[in-house]
Design a protein around this ligand. Sequence first.
Ligand SMILES: *[C@@H]1O[C@H](CO)[C@@H](O)[C@H](O)[C@H]1NC(C)=O
Length: 152
Amino acid sequence: MAKNHLLILLVLAASLAASSATITKSDSSATPTVYELLAKYNFPPGILPEGVQNYTIAADGSFGVTLPGECEIDVAGFTLLYDSEIQGSIQSMLISGLNGVSVNLGINRVAISSVERDGDRLKFHAGLISKSFPVSSFAMSPRCKPGAGFAK
Ligand SMILES: *[C@@H]1O[C@H](CO)[C@@H](O)[C@H](O)[C@H]1NC(C)=O
């Protein structure tokens, strides 16, 4: 009889331990912001301007980002232009097939096709040009320039 009681106690203790483990599991079900998502792929938040409205990302890494309107920002001495809809594909250290971001080179806009992380630098590829900047230049999401004539 005493043996049976001991067994019941053991089973109880085991099930209590199991249920407390379930309770302490943290709630990670909240949808991450697009900026948190970038961090997951080792990209700084500042490669996207502030105010992203919504985004989608598929299991294969293809994504879409919607901004409130077209946006112009100055970064590391360059002017980047963002369409209100941006698409591409993201994986750790690499954003490729980018559509909707270009760099203003004065006389013309050149589309940025990919962004690559290489150690503490980010390398932007635009046509035949590629240029790298320190990751720290993108620590903060810039605000779209006011009066650029793009805001909708
Ligand atoms: C964001 O929402 C707008 C309006 O509902 C929609 O048109 C757009 O396709 C959405 N963007 C993405 C990337 O899902």
